[in-house]
Every structure is written in C-alpha cells, then in structure tokens.
Design a protein around this ligand. Structure first.
Ligand SMILES: Cc1cc2nc3c(=O)[nH]c(=O)nc-3n(C[C@H](O)[C@H](O)[C@H](O)COP(=O)(O)OP(=O)(O)OC[C@H]3O[C@@H](n4cnc5c(N)ncnc54)[C@H](O)[C@@H]3O)c2cc1C
Ligand code: SF4
Ligand code: SF4
Length: 486
C-alpha cells in the first residue's frame, strides 16, 4: 500500500480484516494525508481528526499492518503475484516535521491540537537512511492529491496578504475556534469574506493560464463547492457578524447531504454572485482602504450582468485538486496517466480501480477528485480486488504470449530491443549442442502479447501462441485463393 491517507488506511484495514499482511508506505511522517489537515468535514460536520484517529489507531494496533512513515519506494520489479519493492526510510526533510515528530514521540501523544494528532510511527523517527525490500503479490496506490497552487497574481494571490486558499482558511479558522465572537485572523477582525469558486479547476483553453503543472485543469474538482459552502456555513453560524459572499460559476453539490449545505447557506444569509468564465471576478485594493483592504468586482449574471464592487477583509480561493506528483512511481511501475494527469483506470465503470498493469490497483484521489466517502469506497473496492487476487493463491496468465523457437533463434536480440514490456524478453545464456549461446527467453507473466517482437525477428523465431506467423500465412493464402477463385 503506497500512501497512508484516508484511502490508504481504509484499504489497509479492509485487507488486514480479510487476513492479509499489509505494508503501508507513507512518505510523510504522519498518517491521514490531506484529511488530517481538515477541520469539520462536509456533509456530516464530523471532526476530521476523529475520522482519521479512529482509522489510524486501528491500523497502528493491527499486527497485520506494518507501517513505515518517512518512506518511499525507490526500486520496483516483478509482476502480479510477485512484486519486489525497495523501500527507503529517511529522516524528514523539514525541520518543522522533525520538531513535531520529536514532540509527539517524547510525549507519547500529540501536543498539537490541530495536526498531527495521531499516527506517528510508533517505531520513532528514522535517524538515518535505511533500505529494505518488500515482497508482495499486489500493490495498491493511494498517493492522493495536492491542492492547486494559484499563480502569483491569480485573483491577487501572492500580491495581497488577504488573499488565501481554502485549505489555508480552514486551518486558520480551526485555530481561532472558540476564541471569541468575532472572527479574527492574524490579529485582524474579519467582517466580510469573498469566496471564489473554481480556482485552478474547469480551466478553459484560451481563457485560463496553466498553473505549476503546465497543463490546464479542465476537470471539475468536485469537492470544492461543498467544502466552500461548508466553511461559509460554519462562519455564518459561529460569527453572525461576518458577511460571506460566494462568487461562483455553477454550484456542484452533488452527493447525499450536500445540496442541503447549499440550502443552509442561503438560509444563513450567504450572498451568491454568479460569473461567466470569460469574465471572472477581479480582486483589487479597495478605494477606501481604511474601511476594507480589498474589493472584488464582478459582473453578476443573476442580476443580468450588473457590476458590483464588494469590499472585503479576506478573499478565499476555492482551489481545485491536482494529483500528487509521482513521476518516479509512474516510470518504475509503468503507470498509465490520463490527460488530466490523474492515474488512469482500465474502465471507469466496469473496472474502476484496476489499471493496465496487472496486480496494481488504485484507491482514492490519485485517480480523480473525490471526497472522503468516495475515496473510502474506492479503497474498499481496491481491497476487495486485491484480496481476490491474493486469496486465490495463483494467477491466471493470458495464454496469448510470445514463444521462442530455439531451433530458429540465432540470438540477434532484435526482439528484446523491440519489446514494450520491461523484463518480458531477455537474452539468456544457454547450452545448445554442447555450445554456450545467447538466446531470447520470454517471461510469460510480463508479456503483453503485443507481437512487437514477432514483427522484428529476422529469423521468424518468435511467435504469439495461438496467433503464429504460420497461421497468419495460411489465412492470407486462403483469402488470396478465395479472391482469385471468384
Ligand atoms: C480544502 C479542502 C476541503 C475538503 N473538505 C472536504 C470535506 O469537507 N468533506 C470531504 O468528504 N472531503 C473533503 N475534501 C476532500 C478530502 O480531502 C479528500 O477526499 C481526501 O483527503 C482524499 O484522501 P486520499 O487518501 O485519497 O488522499 P490524501 O489525503 O492526499 O493522502 C495521500 C497520502 O499519500 C501520501 N503519498 C503521496 N505520494 C506518496 C509516495 N510517492 N509515497 C508514499 N506516500 C505518498 C501522502 O503523503 C498522503 O499521506 C476536501 C479537500 C480539500 C482540498
Ligand atoms: S466543485 Fe464547484 S468550485 Fe470546485 S471545480 Fe467544481 S464547480 Fe468549481
Ligand atoms: S509479445 Fe510484446 S511484450 Fe511479449 S515479448 Fe513480444 S514484444 Fe515483449
């Protein structure tokens, strides 16, 4: 299991319950991933820390789950039923993480109310770099997402200190919870907040500029409308003196209990202003900065294009989700990546957690934007698929794989060069007629049956079982004979 966010933890627990040993490899020092950074989550209003704690504690207690934090995969080979992963653990890079880890391991529990609260690896902090190999039949990828980082100047981000992202806002609000009736952030009273939707999501060629990834995020991030409305409701309920304005293109609160958050926001006096993607709101310094530092100007389509200037203390950008960058894993494991840069399943409906590499499964937001419930459902599905493979104890191979005719093979190696699947074809030394020679050997578990090797062999020494060259030649002969005979 690679990644110990909510999806990785869920899948690990589901596999352990079915009697399988799980090695959980997490690159950060803590468990819980991005969920651990949230406050009260939509649509249920539960504390994110309660959700993660429950699952993380179960995982930590379970003798079948072996957790390695500050760990990453640095080597990989094998095939379904027989993968080898080289895992490296090393001390955390950031001094902040090292400090937090020290505090937690010295006290035996979290000393930080927000994060991290549980889940520090009980073995302590890795003090030096260590490597070990994990042998496993199945790999589940649960490497998650990162919030979109706005470009400098995008809605004033990086230019005005009063422009922050939704994850930053959630953290700040959670830190001020219960500290008075007026919302204060960094010593400033917040009387008016603008929340701008679809930042870094639903980007349109010709209108938007690409962010860090260099690609336009044309997809909807699905969770940000709900998360924004959830935050807006919490503000209006806890701080009725703070006005909240939502600048949106469409509201997409699609899941159970989420439309209710939209209705609640209307009842709570949240003001909605709708903009066209071609005319997004503009954040500039307010004309009377002594009253409010910023203003947000928008052409509101709900009032047939009337232009409004909304003076605010804070602008919150509802940033979208991007997949965590895992180029090393993509390269090592030959993972399929979609046009949106998320990992790509075989079929979105019929095989939603499998990828084209047999034995590697997907769980959670490494595959697409999902909320916590959906990430856990995907994790459950991956665990069921994994236990199906592991429980059988054997793997059925595709019968249509390459086969070398050793009587014809002269050891040119052309097939190995053409092979699309690393390790499927190798040149090996063997003894033929008392002589040591190099000959091609197929490794059926890794062979894709693509036929690239067949096309290049000058000796016609390699064939796909069931689709031999001889069979093709006979078919062509029959077609020709048939056509000539007509
Ligand atoms: C601002 C915001 C608010 C949200 N609010 C809500 C809400 O109210 N309700 C809700 O249901 N959902 C909400 N979500 C969505 C929620 O955060 C996600 O659904 C959830 O975190 C997905 O979990 P995950 O395990 O798929 O990924 P993550 O939480 O991203 O976990 C992935 C884990 O994998 C690890 N990892 C990554 N790469 C590697 C690697 N190469 N090797 C080892 N480990 C690796 C990471 O360190 C991390 O621990 C919100 C999201 C955002 C951004
Ligand atoms: S969920 Fe809402 S804010 Fe997020 S990208 Fe989709 S429409 Fe925009
Ligand atoms: S059929 Fe394709 S994958 Fe298999 S050995 Fe030949 S080139 Fe490699």
């Amino acid at each position: 299991m690679i990644g110990a966010g909510i999806a990785g933890l869920r899948a690990a627990k589901d596999l352990a319950v079915r009697g399988f040993e799980v090695v959980l490899i997490e690159r950060s020092p803590f468990l819980g991933g991005r969920t651990a950074l949230l406050d009260r989550v939509a649509p249920t209003g539960e504390k994110a820390s309660d959700l993660v704690s429950a699952l993380a504690e179960e995982a930590l207690r379970d003798p079948a789950i072996h957790i390695h934090t500050c760990a990453r995969v640095v080597g990989f080979d094998g095939y379904v039923g027989n993968f080898n992963l080289v895992v490296r653990t090393e001390p955390p890079d950031s001094e902040e993480d090292q400090e937090k880890l020290k505090r937690v391991s010295e006290s035996g529990k979290s000393t930080d109310e927000f994060i991290p609260f549980v889940g520090v690896f009980p073995g302590g902090i890795p003090e030096k770099v260590e490597e070990f190999t994990v042998e496993t039949g199945v790999v589940v990828l649960a490497t998650g997402f990162k919030p979109y980082t706005p470009r400098k100047g995008e809605y004033g981000y990086g230019e005005f200190e009063q422009v922050i992202t939704l994850p930053e806002f959630i953290k700040k609000v959670s830190e001020t919870r219960g500290k008075g009736k007026v919302l204060e952030i960094e010593g400033r009273s917040i009387r008016s907040i603008a929340m701008i939707h679809c930042v870094g999501s639903r980007q349109i060629p010709g209108i938007h500029e690409a962010g860090e990834s260099g690609e336009l995020n044309e997809y909807c991030s699905r969770t940000c409308c709900t998360a924004t409305l959830n935050a807006a409701n919490q503000i209006r309920e806890a701080y009725p003196g703070t006005r909240v304005y939502e600048f949106y293109r469409d509201i997409r609160t699609y899941g159970r209990g989420q439309e209710e958050l939209y209705n609640d926001a209307s009842k709570n006096g949240v003001v909605f202003l709708r903009f066209e993607p071609e005319e997004p709101p503009v954040v500039t310094p307010n004309d009377r900065p002594e009253e409010y530092p910023l203003k947000v100007t928008v052409k509101d389509t709900l009032t047939f294009g009337e232009e409004f200037d909304v003076p605010v203390d804070l602008v919150v950008l509802a940033v979208g989700m991007e997949p965590n960058a895992i180029p090393d894993l993509v390269e090592m494991m030959k993972l399929p990546v979609g046009a949106d840069l998320f990992l790509l399943e075989v079929h979105p409906k019929l095989r939603p957690v499998e990828i084209s590499v047999s034995g590697i499964l997907l769980a959670g937001t490494c595959q697409a934007p999902m909320d916590i419930g959906e990430a856990c459902s995907a994790a459950g599905a991956a665990a069921v698929k994994a236990s199906g493979i592991l429980g059988r104890g054997y793997v059925e191979l595709d019968p249509f794989v390459a086969e070398v005719d050793l009587e014809k093979c002269k050891g040119t190696g052309a097939c190995v060069e053409a092979c699309l699947s690393e390790g499927a074809l190798k040149m090996v030394e063997m003894e033929i007629g008392g002589e040591k020679v190099m000959r091609a050997e197929v490794f059926p578990a890794l062979c894709l049956g693509c036929g690239a090797c067949v096309a290049v062999c000058p000796e016609n020494a390699i064939n796909i079982k069931g689709w031999t060259l001889k069979q093709y030649e006979d078919m062509v002969d029959m077609i020709v004979a048939d056509t000539v005979g007509q």
